[in-house]
Design a protein around this ligand. Structure first.
Ligand SMILES: [Zn+2]
Length: 305
């Protein structure tokens, strides 16, 4: 017997009062300023920092920041995009993007114009949440007339780019709290029954059903396996309910789901999913797994262009 979620009535969708009740239960648990903004400021010596907006919940507290390599848009090099923290609670998505900038991005600036938005959902980062304060999942909101201001801001930035994006990597995690909190909350919000699933033990990627780019996904997996273990499928050959297309890879129809990785028309797209709750990993390993995903992807794209 699965326990009912603490907010709402089983079978009934949340209305405004339930959403407000949910919001009242959320609290700041860590500092965007200390853990993200200050690191971005340090990177300003080596990259151009741009502010592409601010979240209306608290504009001072939540500036939306991105970094680009020098000469971005004027070099004629192919443009690549890396996003992190679309789900703010997925820490290595944010810290891995910053770690890539600190440790490896300069090596790739010879070949690419690189744009990194390390923390798309800073309120979610601070409150360790999947949703924004309106109980909206930014990573189902990359659509026209979106009701996620996090998604709207980064889509506006990307649509302002003059050259096409050839590769977009969106950095995520799959965590034990997906089953203990976020999927039950989602089911409650939408008035449907929560059906438990198993959390995959290891790294995997999500490609696009319409444009799977199997060799590109494989290059990411091969790079990451040097850092952390790759998720095996469950007993039915599935990862989070989807059949694997190869080791550690599933595909989703990205555009119809409104996922962040659908926001460009890039030929090469992937969503990384690091598993931080394994006893075999540390926070540093998770961040390095994200870096390995980015470098594996860039090495592949460099060879194939
Ligand atoms: Zn995520």
């Amino acid at each position: 017997m699965v326990q009912a979620y603490s907010i709402g009535k089983p079978g009934a969708k949340w209305e405004l009062p339930e959403r407000q009740l949910w919001l009242e239960k959320q609290a700041v648990k860590r500092s965007y300023q200390e853990e993200v903004v200050s690191k971005v400021q340090k990177l300003a010596e080596d990259f151009e920092v741009l502010q592409y907006g601010a979240l209306s919940y608290d504009k001072e507290r939540y500036p939306l920041l991105a970094l680009k390599t020098h000469g971005f848009g004027k070099t004629g090099k192919p443009t690549v995009l890396i996003t992190g923290g679309v789900h703010g609670y997925e820490t290595s998505g944010v810290q891995g993007a910053l770690r890539f900038l600190e440790s490896r991005a300069k090596d790739y600036a010879e070949d690419f114009d690189i744009l990194v938005a390390p923390c798309v959902s800073p309120w979610g980062y601070e409150t360790i949440n999947r949703w924004n304060p309106n109980a909206v999942d930014p990573n189902r909101s990359f659509k026209k007339d979106t009701d996620s201001e996090e998604a709207a801001a980064i889509m506006k930035l990307v649509s302002s780019l003059e050259s096409p994006v050839v590769m977009h990597l969106d950095l995520h995690e799959t965590t034990d709290t997906d089953e203990s909190e976020f999927r039950p909350a989602l089911a409650a919000r939408d008035g449907v029954e929560y059906v438990p699933d198993v959390v995959p033990d290891g790294f995997y990627t999500v490609g696009d059903t319409e444009n799977p780019q199997d060799d590109f996904q494989a290059a990411i997996i091969d790079s990451v396996r040097k850092v952390t273990h790759i998720a095996p499928p469950d007993g039915k050959g599935l990862i989070i309910g989807e059949p694997i297309s190869q080791e550690g890879v599933i595909n989703y129809p990205l555009k119809s789901l409104g996922l962040c990785s659908s926001m460009t028309d890039a030929k090469f797209v992937s969503t990384t999913e690091v598993y931080p709750d394994s006893p075999k990993v540390t926070d540093a390993v998770c961040n390095e797994a994200q870096v390995a995903a980015v470098t594996g992807a860039l090495d592949f794209v460099k060879k194939s262009l």
